[in-house]
Design a protein around this ligand. Structure first.
Ligand SMILES: NC(=O)c1ccc[n+]([C@@H]2O[C@H](COP(=O)([O-])OP(=O)(O)OC[C@H]3O[C@@H](n4cnc5c(N)ncnc54)[C@H](O)[C@@H]3O)[C@@H](O)[C@H]2O)c1
Length: 327
C-alpha cells in the first residue's frame, strides 16, 4: 500500500480567512492524519502553515499541517475548495460568479488527474453554482461533489429558534433549503423541537411576522457580519469541519447540503445522508404547496445563472483556441 493511502488527508484550497479557520478547527478536533494547504500566495501560505503549525505543538496534536501543490491536493480523501474572491460589504454572492468560476476551472486543470475516490466539498461562493460546475469539471461521480449550501444558514436557524424556544440548538430540527443566497427558504412545515412539530412547540409565537423575522435574520446574517468585520469564517469553518468528519467517519448524518437535483437541473440544498462516499442518498422531505413553489422558483433562478455561466465558459474556450491558433 502506498505511503499516501496509509494516511487520511484533507486538502484545503485557499488559505485565506475561511481556509485557515477550517484548518485550525481540524487541528483542534483531529479527524485525519494531515491537512494540506494550497494557495498561490506563497508568502501567505508559508505564514499560515507556520502559524497553524505552532498550534500543534501542545502535545495532543494528532494532525499534521503542511503546504502542498494542487496536484497533491487532488489525491486527498477530501478536497475543500475555499479558493476565490469573497463578497465586499453589500455585494451579493452571485456577483462573485465570474471571478470564482475562472478560479475553479484553473483549479481542476492544476489538480488533474484527480483521485477517483476524492470527495469534493465546495465552500467558495456562489456555492450552488460552483458545485454544479465542479461536478462537470472534475469528472467525479455526482455523489462525490457537494457544497456546504444552506448548512450554515440552517445552523443559524437552529440557533435563533433555540433562543426563542429556550431549548438547546441540538434539539431543533429545522432546515433552510434551496440556494445559499437570497432565494433560500425555511421549510417551516417540517420543523420540530424534539419530536414535537414547531406549531405545537411554539403555538402562539409562530405567527407570519415571527417567521418573516427569523427568515430575514437567517438570510441577512452573513451580510451583517461581513459589513462589520469583512468576512465570515468561524461558522463556516465549523460547519465544513463537521461535514469532513461525517465523510471520513462514514457517519451517515442527515444535513441539508448542496448537491445535484436531477429533477430541478441544478445544485441546491436539500436534506441528504452524508458518508464516506459523499452524498449516499437524498432524504425525501414533504414540502407544503408554498414551500414547493419557493423551491421551484429558486431552481429556476439558479438554472438561469448556470445558463449564462455556461455561455461565458464556452466563449473563454473559443477565445483560448483562437489565441492558440494565432500564436
Ligand atoms: N459557503 C459559505 O457558507 C461561505 C461562508 C463564508 C465564506 N464563503 C466563501 O468562501 C470563499 C473564501 O472566503 P475567504 O474569506 O477565505 O476569502 P479570502 O480572500 O480570505 O481567501 C481566499 C483565498 O483563495 C486563494 N486562491 C485564489 N485562487 C486560488 C487557487 N487557484 N488555488 C488555491 N487558492 C486560491 C487566494 O489567494 C486567497 O488566499 C469566498 O468565496 C466566500 O464568499 C462561503
Amino acid at each position: 500500500m502506498s505511503e499516501q493511502r496509509l494516511k487520511t488527508s484533507i486538502a484545503i484550497l485557499g488559505c485565506g480567512e475561511v481556509g485557515a479557520t477550517l484548518a485550525y478547527t481540524l487541528l483542534q478536533n483531529p479527524i485525519c492524519s494531515e491537512v494540506i494547504l494550497v494557495d498561490p500566495k506563497k508568502e501567505l501560505l508559508d505564514a499560515q502553515v507556520r502559524d497553524l503549525g505552532d498550534a500543534t505543538y501542545g502535545g495532543r496534536a494528532a494532525t499534521k499541517i503542511r503546504a502542498g501543490t494542487h496536484q497533491e491536493a487532488g489525491q486527498a480523501d477530501v478536497v475543500v475548495i475555499t479558493a476565490g474572491a469573497k463578497q465586499k460589504p453589500g455585494e451579493s454572492r452571485l456577483s462573485l460568479l465570474s471571478r470564482n468560476l475562472h478560479i475553479l476551472s484553473s483549479i481542476f486543470t492544476s489538480m488533474s488527474p484527480i483521485s477517483p475516490h476524492t470527495i469534493l466539498l465546495l465552500v467558495a461562493n456562489p456555492v450552488d453554482i460552483l458545485t454544479y460546475f465542479a461536478r462537470k469539471l472534475s469528472g467525479l461521480p455526482e455523489s462525490q461533489v457537494l457544497g456546504t449550501g444552506t448548512s450554515l444558514d440552517s445552523a443559524r436557524l437552529r440557533g435563533v429558534l433555540a433562543q426563542k424556544a429556550e431549548v438547546s440548538p441540538s434539539s431543533i430540527d429545522a432546515y433552510v433549503l434551496g440556494e445559499h443566497g437570497d432565494s433560500q427558504f425555511v421549510a417551516w412545515s417540517n420543523a420540530s423541537i424534539g419530536s414535537t412539530p414547531l406549531r405545537l412547540a411554539l403555538s402562539a409565537k409562530l405567527s407570519d411576522e415571527f417567521k418573516a423575522d427569523i427568515e430575514s435574520h437567517t438570510r441577512g446574517a452573513a451580510g451583517a457580519i461581513i459589513a462589520a468585520k469583512g468576512c465570515t469564517a468561524y461558522g463556516i469553518g465549523n460547519v465544513a469541519a463537521s461535514i469532513c468528519k461525517y465523510i471520513l467517519f462514514d457517519s451517515r448524518t442527515v444535513r441539508p447540503l448542496s448537491f445535484y437535483q436531477p429533477e430541478l437541473g441544478c445544485c441546491l440544498s436539500m436534506p441528504a445522508v452524508i458518508g464516506r462516499k459523499g452524498i449516499l442518498r437524498a432524504m425525501p422531505i414533504q414540502l407544503d404547496e408554498d414551500e414547493q413553489k419557493l423551491l421551484e422558483d429558486c431552481a429556476e433562478g439558479l438554472r438561469a445563472v448556470i445558463e449564462g455561466a455556461e455561455k461565458e465558459l464556452k466563449a473563454d474556450d473559443e477565445l483560448r483556441h483562437a489565441l492558440e491558433k494565432h500564436a
